[in-house]
Design a protein around this ligand. Structure first.
Ligand code: SAH
Ligand code: SF4
Length: 357
């Protein structure tokens, strides 16, 4: 296979200016060109009708327009959409569009193909790590869904909660977040871009030093080390006391409240005693807890807690003065948990080969 192409959204404004100049074009055309890609939902260089025809013809020889191609799109009855996207080398990733009410949507982007962390309840963790995504491969997931929106609908949030551990692909993730935030790019406020991590402390520390105002979510799922070692194996290297200290330092450096994600698994981490342990761990931290309904990924040990148990867990946290939201799990009918569509697509491929219907 030949090498990785350079995609338009890999480049910063000044890099596009330079490229245009080497092609004998004025650098000022970089801004309108990028506006076509990020704001005006162009599908190709050909669509950019206010650029001279000669430039439109020269550009594709040097740059590839988009880095993602739709393989499959599932639409849930609740409006959630999930896409399986193919990359230049045949790797596949998932991206989800989640309705947030009043014409606003969140896009949940992947940062890697697969994931090396290996959380046993997560479909991405089970497939293992293939490679990091590049800047364009991250930005183009957002643009792919932006093009599907109707007038009056907007993307109000971008969350790095798809496949992969974003903080172990730090440079590309931060540059992509920069393009999505830049006025010449997608133009979304940094506060509306959230990076979710399984607790990779060196990345949290680095992020704190950048002073970027990005949101941080930490996937906790357990408040004691023995259980968290099992649920999130990264905990063996970065245990809870150090994780909480690093998160607290990020909160102080950024001035932003942090979110802790806690997926409730029946009989695993959902007892009132475990809620009390969680409240104790988070005491004094400027944080919000998101209780997530677990998505079933085919392993019996990781079933979602019943609504009553989840409500009791939430009530116990509230009683202990922890700010908490119990989230409805959206898009269950379309396998919206990370890595699930990719796994089922691969399985269907395997089934087709082996004759299973
Ligand atoms: N690797 C990062 C971001 C991607 S995962 C992280 O772990 O934070 C995004 C979120 O989905 C995490 O909170 C993760 O724990 C959660 N998740 C993964 N599989 C899940 C499942 N089957 N049910 C519920 N939440 C799940
Ligand atoms: Fe990786 Fe996050 Fe899935 Fe764990 S939950 S395997 S860190 S993507």
């Amino acid at each position: 296979m030949s090498g990785r192409p350079t995609f338009l959204t890999d480049l910063r404004l000044e890099q596009v200016e330079q490229l245009l100049q080497t092609l004998g074009e004025p650098g000022w055309r970089a801004k309108p060109l990028l506006a076509w890609a990020y704001q005006k939902k162009a599908d190709s260089f050909e669509c950019m009708t206010d650029l001279p025809k000669a430039s439109r013809e020269k550009l594709p020889e040097n740059l590839t327009f988009s880095s993602v191609k739709e393989l499959e799109l599932l639409v849930s009855h609740d409006g959630t959409r999930k896409a399986l996207l193919e990359l230049w080398d045949g790797c596949t990733i998932e991206t989800v569009l989640v309705p947030a009410g009043r014409g606003q949507f969140s896009v949940c982007v992947s940062s890697q193909v697969g994931c090396a962390v290996g959380c046993p309840f997560c479909a991405s963790g089970r497939t293992g790590f293939e490679r990091n995504l590049g800047v364009a491969e991250i930005c183009d997931q957002v643009l792919y869904f932006a093009k599907q929106l109707c007038q009056g609908e907007t993307i109000g949030n971008i969350v790095f909660m798809g496949m992969g551990e974003p903080l172990t692909n730090y440079l590309d993730v931060i540059q992509a977040a920069g393009h999505l935030n830049a006025p010449w790019g997608f133009g979304l406020g940094a506060r509306n871009i959230t990076i979710s991590t399984a607790g990779y402390i060196p990345g949290i520390e680095k992020l704190g030093r950048e002073k970027l105002q990005l949101g941080l979510a930490v996937s906790l799922h357990a408040a004691d080390n023995a259980l968290r070692n099992r649920l999130v194996p990264l905990n063996r290297k970065y245990p809870l006391d150090k994780l909480i200290a690093a998160t607290d330092a990020y909160v102080r450096a950024s001035g932003r409240r942090v979110t802790f994600e806690y997926a409730l698994f029946a009989g695993v981490n959902d007892s009132p005693e475990q809620a009390r342990q969680l409240a104790l761990l988070l005491r004094g931290l400027n944080c919000h807890v998101n209780l997530i309904g677990a998505n079933f990924t085919g392993e019996d040990s990781w079933q979602a807690s019943s609504p009553d148990v989840a409500a009791a867990f939430e009530a116990e946290l509230k009683r202990l003065r922890i700010t908490v939201t119990l989230r409805k799990s959206l898009g269950r009918d379309i396998k919206a948990a990370c890595g699930q569509l990719k796994s089922s697509h691969q399985q269907r491929g395997i089934d087709a080969l082996t004759g299973v219907s």
